[in-house]
Every structure is written in structure tokens, then in C-alpha cells.
Design a protein around this ligand. Structure first.
Ligand SMILES: Nc1ncnc2c1ncn2[C@@H]1O[C@H](COP(=O)(O)OP(=O)(O)OP(=O)(O)O)[C@@H](O)[C@H]1O
Ligand SMILES: [Mg+2]
Length: 282
């Protein structure tokens, strides 16, 4: 399964989610590849202290004759369980500065937004999960990430109205646009989740009111946003549960030590295991 992690709003936890979700999936025995498709920030690459391979993502995207060996581009991040000695590994395609310095027109001309999808076509059989971190805008890199994905995971903040409104725009506008050009029904938006803030009952109520407004702004005949905010909601049982990934200092601090929090800290690990169970594992 290929997952794009996206929200047009910045700082909602896209990169952090990508890295920690991949970490817990490997702890569950899954093979995971993560792609830093935000070359202007390169946060994912830096948070793991990953270096470029002998060939770059740029050359991989440019190579239409399959001359680039993917193993020269893909790096790996490994960590050992000190008790059992078991090695857990995440494969990583690091960000590429050369890509970040290209103008939007050039990127579209040289590669087109289908190019990432094409190169993943040969890789997707080697991994259980491919996770793509994307930048907070709706330009070449995000469009490519969403075009390449089966599902889109959308972190939001319960106390940031723009992160909720942007999620709605992605769900009712951006993703359907991509579906139209893909023509195979994909990608599919997953229900949003709240990331990285402590939530009080009052704060949760305020968020629910704002979400009701957002849902109401689009007539159901045009697009029913409700299942993307409240996946458990039915007429009979008006369950407004939204998955919450709590705020936790170790999650933010882990980037300093260049090891995902989910590998280092039991509480962080459990938070992300819950996220993995909610969306990906049975
Ligand atoms: N659950 C959490 N608990 C504590 N801190 C968090 C949590 N999730 C993310 N953060 C912190 O919030 C900040 C923003 O997270 P992150 O960089 O993942 O967001 P982003 O959406 O990728 O941002 P950008 O839009 O700039 O790419 C980081 O400092 C990160 O460490
Ligand atoms: Mg980021």
C-alpha cells in the first residue's frame, strides 16, 4: 500500500507521522519505504540523519530507460533492539537538493506529476508500505505524492481551523481532481486525525462545532464530507469519534537524536501503534 501523508497546512505533523508510522510498521514485521518528497525542507531526511546515495532521486526520476539501480538511491535507517539484538530497518529515499532548486514549470516539463507513480510501480512489490512525505502546498511535489498513492492520510490539529478547512479542500477538491486523471478510482482519502496537541473536552467541542460548519458548507448532494471527519457516524449512532495522536515531548525531541520516537520510547511507540491499528493494521 502506498500512502501519501498530506495537508496543505504546514506544521501539522506530516513528517513526524511518516517517520514514526514507518517505524511501528517495521516493529510489526512489515517492510516499509519512506520517501522525502519535500526537497525544500528535507525534514524527513534530516530527522533521520540520512545521506544521499551514490545516485539521487533526481537522476531516478529523470531516468526513463531504467539505468538507475534503485538500490543506489534507497538508503536505510536501522536500529537494534538492545535486548533481543533484532535489527529493525526502514528504507528511505532521501530528499534531493537538485529537485528543490528546480522551478515548478521545469519540474512539470521534465517529469510530470505521474513520474513518481511510475517509478514506484516497480518498487511497490518489494514493500508492504510505501509512505510519502509531502510539502504543505498544492504544487508539483504534493500533487505527485497524491497521484502516486493508494490512500492519503491527513493529519490536522483540532485547534487550528485552517488545518481542518484545508483537509476538507484536499478531500473534496484536490483528491477528486487526481482521481479524475488517474481513472482507476484512486487515491482514496482516509478520515482525518488530530495530531500533537493536548485536547480538553471544551477544545474538542469547539473543533466539533467547526467541523459541523465545514461539513454544512458543502451540500451532501455535491460531496458528503462527514465520513472523512467522522468515520463511525451513522444516523442511528451519531458517533463523532476522531482518532487523536497526543502531544508528547519525546516525539518532538526525537529528531534531535535522529532516531524516530517510536523506536526509542514506549509511550510514543504505543501512540503510533494505535494510529497504525486505526488505519492500517487489523
Ligand atoms: N504528537 C506530537 N507531539 C509533540 N510534538 C509533535 C507531535 N507531532 C509533531 N510534533 C512536532 O511538531 C512540529 C511540526 O511537525 P512536522 O514537522 O512533522 O510537521 P509537518 O506537517 O511535516 O510540517 P511542514 O508542513 O513544515 O512540513 C515538529 O517540531 C514536530 O516535532
Ligand atoms: Mg514536513
Amino acid at each position: 500500500m502506498t500512502v501519501a501523508i498530506y495537508n496543505n497546512k504546514g506544521g501539522v505533523g506530516k513528517t513526524t507521522t511518516t517517520v514514526n508510522l514507518a517505524a511501528v510498521l517495521t516493529l510489526k514485521g512489515k517492510k516499509a519505504l519512506i520517501i522525502d518528497f519535500d526537497p525544500n525542507q528535507q525534514d524527513l531526511t534530516n530527522s533521520l540523519g540520512i545521506k544521499q546515495g551514490t545516485e539521487t532521486l533526481y537522476s531516478y526520476l529523470e531516468d526513463r530507460k531504467n539505468r538507475v539501480n534503485p538500490s543506489n538511491v534507497i538508503q536505510s535507517f536501522g536500529t537494534k533492539n538492545t535486548k533481543t539484538g533484532h535489527l529493525f530497518q526502514i528504507d528511505v529515499i532521501p530528499a534531493d537538493e537538485d529537485l528543490g532548486s528546480q522551478g515548478e514549470d521545469k519540474l512539470r516539463q521534465n517529469f510530470g506529476i505521474r513520474r513518481l507513480y511510475q517509478i514506484l510501480d516497480s518498487l511497490k512489490y518489494e514493500y508492504d508500505y510505501i509512505l510519502i512525505d509531502s510539502p504543505p502546498n498544492w504544487r508539483f511535489f504534493s500533487q505527485s505524492a497524491i497521484y502516486a498513492s493508494d490512500v492519503v492520510l491527513i493529519p490536522t490539529k483540532h485547534n487550528n481551523i485552517f488545518s481542518l478547512e484545508n483537509a476538507a479542500v484536499a478531500i473534496k477538491q484536490f483528491i477528486p481532481q487526481v482521481q479524475e486523471s488517474r481513472k482507476d478510482g484512486g487515491p482514496i482519502a482516509l478520515p482525518i486525525f488530530f495530531n500533537g496537541e493536548s485536547i480538553t473536552d471544551a477544545g474538542r467541542n469547539t473543533a466539533h462545532k467547526a467541523i459541523e460548519e465545514i461539513i454544512k458548507q458543502t451540500p451532501t448532494s455535491k460531496f458528503n464530507l462527514r465520513p472523512y471527519f467522522y468515520p463511525r457516524y451513522t444516523q442511528a449512532k451519531q458517533d463523532r469519534h476522531i482518532f487523536e495522536l497526543p502531544s508528547y515531548a519525546h516525539i518532538a525531541n526525537a529528531a534531535f537524536s535522529r532516531v524516530p520516537a517510536a523506536y526509542k520510547d514506549k509511550t510514543a511507540r504505543n501512540y503510533y501503534l494505535e494510529l497504525a491499528k486505526e488505519y492500517f493494521l487489523q
